[in-house]
Ligand binder design. Sequence first.
Ligand SMILES: [Cu+2]
Length: 192
Amino acid sequence: MNFLAKLILQDVAGTIILAGGLLVAAVVIFLIISSNKGENQASGKNKFFGTKDRYFWGSALFLVCILFLFLSLLPNRRNGNEEYEVVTVVGVQWDWLMAVGQSNQKPDEFIGKNEISVPVNKTIKFIVTSSDVTHSFAIYNKSGVLLTQIQAMPQYKNELKYVFTEKGKYTILCLEYCGLAHPFMAGTIHVN
Ligand SMILES: [Cu+2]
């Protein structure tokens, strides 16, 4: 299965799980309300619980609308029209190899550099993988603040989109212990 198909499958799976969760929640709430209703029907308070039903369905509809509204605001949503620059990143014990553009080379044959330059105020899509063990590609600013990170995993191509809003030198460190020289596994991104 190709990479895009996997992404689409993940979206579909995520949506099904969400819908299933909502359905379970709705059934549980419905059962709670209808069991109360049963008790009170005996004492002849049907009219009141008709109102309660409307409250329930009204709230359920409201929550579903809110859910879809917020889904569209998710920070990592994919946008087909977005312009971005691609950078391929391969983690290797113990170095970061990077190159502009999408690479079709196998991770252990990939030729990249430990330093790279990217433009400021443009979305950079890092396609991150590993040629050996799991690493974590973490970007720090010059004050040592962690800005973003993603796992670099063998057999997987993980995507990280980030916009550098300030020019300067950024440091890449590994956030996943990967062996002896892990603390020295560093790289540099120059933002111009
Ligand atoms: Cu590491």
